[in-house]
Design a protein around this ligand. Structure first.
Ligand code: MN
Length: 247
């Protein structure tokens, strides 16, 4: 870490930044990350595999489950050290949405909520499942299971204007060349405008915020040495591997 800036008594952390590329792979610039919101139980098949009840219809879906990760959990080079404190690191492949506009807290209309989107990518909501399960069993917060160093590897972002309609894009994850997770985004219980509308009831949304939109069924363990290849249709791809634990 560098020396503190004049006036600062400790060194400031650098702002995490995600590359933004067009469809041709040309680097357009970077996306500075402010906050990372995550959605739980947003695919019925995953809710069921975790032992939760999936809503039978939109009218019965209640409120979405939200949690957060620290911004510096972002990994952009695909190299994820196996984290400490767990023996059950799970992958959750997810649509990642980056916001480009501030909005006040309130009850944002769906069209305004949709207009906040800057771009899309694909990421992994890495989870220390053993710690999350222990917390759930005791009714305790999920933080240690979800918000840890290197827990948010993410692809480059594609501007929304270049992405077109994402409603029916395929989301998939291969580990060591074998398919682990696959779904279509039309299976989301809460789509992107729905989620931004719900978040706006709780938070002032900001340019630079990211939203991990929730995972379909097929979550499972990753080991050091595993390779992963996550895709969102033909608009985003994240390739990487789990490295030995950091020392
Ligand atoms: Mn997740």
């Amino acid at each position: 870490m560098d020396s503190p800036a004049p006036g600062d008594l400790v060194a400031a952390a650098p702002t995490p930044r995600i590359p933004v590329r067009d469809r041709g792979g040309n680097l357009l610039g970077t996306f500075p990350v402010r906050r990372i919101y995550c959605v739980g139980r947003n695919f019925a098949d995953h809710a069921r595999e975790m032992g939760a009840t999936a809503p039978a219809s939109k009218a019965e879906r209640g409120n979405p489950v939200f949690f957060m990760k620290p911004a510096d959990a972002i990994v952009i080079d695909g190299v994820v050290p196996y984290p400490p404190g767990t023996s059950d690191l799970h992958h959750e492949v997810e649509l990642v949405v980056g916001l480009g506009t501030d909005a006040p807290a309130g009850d944002l209309p769906l069209d305004v909520a949709a207009s906040l989107v800057f771009g899309y990518g694909v990421g992994l909501d890495l989870t220390r499942r053993d710690l999350q399960a222990a917390a759930k069993a005791k009714g305790l917060p999920w933080d240690t299971g979800k918000g840890f160093d290197h827990s948010a590897p993410v692809s480059d972002l594609l501007p929304a204007a270049d992405a077109g309609d994402i409603e029916s894009l395929a989301l998939s994850l291969d580990v060591n060349g074998e398919r682990r997770q696959q779904s279509s985004l039309d299976q989301l219980i809460w789509n992107v405008p729905d989620i931004l509308h719900e978040l706006s009831k709780l938070y002032a949304l900001r340019a630079g915020d990211l939203v991990f939109m929730g995972t379909p069924a097929g979550v499972a363990a990753l080991q050091a040495g595993d390779t992963f290849d996550a895709r969102l249709g033909d608009i985003a791809r994240l390739q990487g591997h789990i490295a030995q634990a950091a020392v």
